[in-house]
Design a protein around this ligand. Structure first.
Ligand code: ZN
Length: 196
């Protein structure tokens, strides 16, 4: 029996939560992704898709609209544990770049409807005091400190190529306080066009 897309998304979301990574993919976003690839595998573009594939491993990036692709079994096996530029070993460079561009361009639906239209909620300075002296914050705490949502935070982390940290006590990923403060400064900067 075929798994429903609702259950598929749900099970990946719980796996991402267990891994302490971003878990925000919605059913609507996933259905849009499937449609964008006409229900076939994003890699070979021949066989029908049978699974949700994480472009960057779930334990690193999580289950969200900028990281999930429909794939067939063969391509999923072929991809194996390759990640980043190592993917060129398994697939054509042009294909990987096309998929990267596709994923980067996706805007989370929640963000389209609410985050973009709502004024940014700023955490009052007094609230921030509770994080004073901490060297590392998890995603939850960092989002609270900065007064932004998980998705927005994730984009800053990716765009600024911020390194995340793991500790033995749990499976969560942490951001160094210095990096959180870097994001805080970046948020205050006026928007400027990226120079290629
Ligand atoms: Zn395939």
């Amino acid at each position: 029996m075929r798994i429903s897309e609702t259950d598929r998304v749900k099970s990946h979301l719980s796996a991402a939560r267990r891994a302490g990574t971003l878990a925000t993919l919605t059913l609507a976003e996933w259905e849009q992704t499937i449609n964008d690839f006409n229900g076939i595998c994003a890699y070979c573009k021949i066989r029908p898709f049978v699974l949700l594939e994480h472009f960057s491993p779930i334990y690193i990036s999580g289950t969200h609209v900028n990281n999930c692709l429909p794939a067939c079994d063969a391509c999923n096996k072929r991809k194996g544990l390759y990640t980043g530029d190592d993917l060129f070993k398994a697939f054509d460079r042009a294909l990987i770049e096309e998929l990267r561009n596709y994923l980067d361009a996706r805007i989370p639906i929640a963000m389209e409807v609410s985050e973009e239209t709502k004024p940014r909620v700023c955490t009052p300075k007094a609230e921030k005091g509770k994080y004073e002296g901490k060297k590392f914050l998890d995603y939850e705490e960092a989002g609270d400190y900065l007064g932004i949502r998980h998705t927005a935070l994730y984009h800053y982390v990716t765009d600024m190529e911020i390194e995340t940290h793991k500790f033995k006590r749990n499976r969560k990923r942490y951001l160094a306080m210095d990096d959180v403060k870097r994001i805080e400064r970046a948020m205050e900067e006026p928007w400027s066009e990226e120079v290629a």
